[in-house]
Every structure is written in C-alpha cells, then in structure tokens.
Design a protein around this ligand. Structure first.
Ligand code: GTP
Ligand code: MG
Length: 362
C-alpha cells in the first residue's frame, strides 16, 4: 500500500474540529484527493459521525474510549480505510477532552508505522471565547482542572488554529493573537473561520508544508484524569413521532431548555449537540457554552412525522444530573410538541482515567 497522510486535528470540545474537517475534506476532494475520516468518542451513537456521513464523507469510528487508550483500534481503522477506500489522506478527530497526543499517538505511530503513514503536524483548534474565559479572564464556571487540560492541549500544538474569527472584532482578534504568541512562543498559528471557510487554505498549506516538532508534554496524569472526570457525558438516541414536526424548532427548544437549566444552577456546558434525521432530511444544532446562543450547522426544510434524534452532551456536571436535566427537557417537549417518544436509549458516564497503551517521551 502507498503511504497515507494522517492529519490529526485536536482541541477542546466544541472548538470546531468537525466543522474544520468538513472544510478541509471538501477542499482536498475538489483537488482530486481521496479522503477518509476517523472520528473518536468516549461513547457510542455519535452526532459527528452521523453529520459527516450526511454531508457525504466516508467515516470510521473509534468508540468507547480515546485514540490513545484504543491505539490498536485506531491503527486498525486506518488499515480498514486502506482496504476500503484507499484514501490519500486521513483526517482524524480525537476526543475533545484528550491531550498528550504526541507521546501517546505520534511517537508510537512513528516507531512502528512510518513505512505506511506520513504523520502531519498536530493542529489544535481553539474557540476564542473559551480561550478568553479559561486562560485570559479566568472567569469560567468550569472546574480549574479543565483549565489545565485546555492549556496542555495548546502546549503540544504544532499549529494553533484560532477558529470562529467571524465572531470577533478586529481588536478582540488582535488581543487573542497577542496572548497566544506570548504564551505559546514559536508555535505556528493560523486564524480561521471554519464556518465560512476563511483562511482554511492557508491552514492546509501549513499542514502539508511543516513537520511536527513532536514536543512531548510534561503532564500530571492525575490532574488530567481529574479534568476528564469532571465532565459528565451523555448520549441519547430516540425516535420522536408527531404531526409534521418542525425539527429545527424542536432541536432549538431542546438545547435552549437545557442551556437555561444549566444557567440556573451555574453548570458549564462544554458541547451539547443534537441531530435529527427523517427519511428525507436532517438538521443539526449545537451549543458550546451557557452564554452562547444555539447554532445550527444545518436546518431542515421539510417537516416530518417521525425523526430519529441523537443527542451528545458533554458538560461540567455529574452524569446523572446531566441525564435528569436532559430527560426532563425531553418530557417537557413531549407535551409541547404532542409527541410519542420511542426507542429511547441513554448512555451516561464520566470518562475513566486515561490509560494510554503507549506513552513514549523520547
Ligand atoms: N461562528 C462560528 N461557529 C463555528 C465555527 N466553527 C465551528 N463553529 C460552531 O461551533 C460548534 C461546534 O463545532 P464542532 O465542529 O462540532 O466542534 P468540535 O470541536 O468538533 O466539537 P466536539 O466534537 O464536541 O469536540 C458548532 O455549532 C459549529 O457550527 C466558526 O468558524 N464560526
Ligand atoms: Mg467534533
């Protein structure tokens, strides 16, 4: 088999990794490249994989744990792709609460798989509002260990990708860049809007021009494990049935009611995303903070009587509490929209302490 380029795009939950991947994939597909995508999550029933497939991309998943703890499965998916689609490039999105990727993914791949894989530099996507609250103002409702995790993710970046610049004024953008340059000296930076496609080409140029510095993190695994365990994780799949359901309105109400419940009790959202699919259409919405509005990646144009709904919620809250709030909101919407809810499956947990299969620091 010929060598595959492996592009890993990390960064905290909700930073825009999946949106970036769609952009990069489209850009490369237009230039005749074959693309495969590997998604990753601590749970199953992933909104991201559904979304990426809905926009026509070829996706394999590493589920129930991060790439580093499921290293063999990650490699297996890369191999599966080579047999299935023979892609030129694989874009991989690690779990947004994962870090230490150089020591646990890059170096082990380099030791055993360099004849098959070209490792491209590690990009870390950053949401500017999150950066401001966690590192500049230090005013977030997240537990402090999450600041630690967020900082570690940035420390090992080869390319820091400041995303969502469409939401910033010129002055804010300058403030962010000055902060990043001062705190992460010598790291490549790019300012993009994954949503609008702004500067994505410049980022892709960097990915294919520079090589990874392979800076191994100094990291306290207890603190890192505590940060991950602060996050409650909830995945729900269900089928809703009613009369001509406007799924856009349903998803907006769902996320808005959850956001209001979080605001009331001062919990912080990392990323809550919801996806609805009918036989003829789909919609996807997200909320990345208690202070941010609900955003749609796609709205549906066709109401339908039956929708499959997938919800992935990650937040700084006990998992049972997250489940209670979300099921409570579903109950409320059941009345509001006069729905029947079938096949409700829930999975709710805290990520376990990270135990990478390999960790090479040399
Ligand atoms: N305004 C704006 N929103 C963006 C941009 N990029 C992503 N978003 C939004 O941010 C939210 C999160 O984006 P995702 O791409 O799902 O983030 P992610 O990093 O993959 O999130 P996880 O998979 O949960 O870790 C979505 O609502 C996106 O539409 C951007 O450039 N500008
Ligand atoms: Mg994602």
């Amino acid at each position: 088999m010929s060598k595959i380029d492996l592009v890993i795009i990390g960064g905290f939950l909700g930073a825009g990794k999946t949106t970036s991947i769609v952009n990069i994939a489209r850009y490369l597909l237009e230039r005749g490249k074959r693309i495969g995508i590997v998604t990753n999550d601590q749970g199953s029933d992933l909104v991201d994989s559904n979304f990426l497939r809905s926009v026509g991309l070829s996706v394999l998943e590493v589920k129930e744990g991060c790439f580093c703890c499921n290293f063999d499965q990650f490699v297996e998916k890369i191999y599966n792709f080579t047999e299935q689609d023979a892609p030129d490039i694989i874009l991989a999105e690690p779990v947004g609460s994962c870090t230490d990727l150089i020591a646990t993914i890059f170096k082990p791949l380099e030791r055993d798989y360099l004849d098959k894989i070209n490792l491209k530099p590690l990009s870390i996507a950053v949401d500017p509002k999150r950066l401001k609250k966690l590192m500049i103002e230090k005013s977030s409702n997240f537990h402090s260990e999450i600041n630690y995790l967020f900082q570690k993710q940035l420390e090992e970046a080869d390319i820091i990708v400041l995303n969502k610049i469409d939401t910033l004024t010129k002055e804010e953008l300058e403030e962010m860049n000055n902060f990043l340059k001062k705190n992460f000296r010598g790291v490549e930076m790019v300012n993009i809007s994954a949503r609008n496609g702004t500067n994505v080409e410049e980022w892709i140029d960097k990915i294919f021009k520079i090589s990874s510095n392979e800076k191994t993190l100094e990291i306290d695994y207890d603190l890192y494990g505590t940060a991950e365990a602060r996050l409650g994780w909830l995945n729900i799949t269900s089928k809703i049935e009613g009369k001509c359901i406007d799924i856009n309105s349903f998803l907006r109400d769902l996320l808005e009611e959850i956001r209001q419940a979080f605001l009331k009790d001062q919990y912080e959202i990392a990323h809550i995303k919801a996806y609805g699919i009918s036989p003829s259409d789909w919609a996807k919405a997200s909320v990345v903070s208690t202070e941010e509005p609900i955003a749609f990646d796609k709205v549906s144009g066709t109401p339908a009587d039956v929708w499959n709904v997938v919800i992935n919620a990650r937040a700084d809250i006990e998992p049972d509490e997250l489940k209670n709030i979300t099921l409570g909101v579903l109950g409320l919407l059941k009345e509001r929209y006069k729905l029947k809810i079938h096949s409700l499956n829930t999975q709710c947990f805290k990520p376990k302490k990270p135990t990478p299969k390999y960790r090479f620091i040399e």
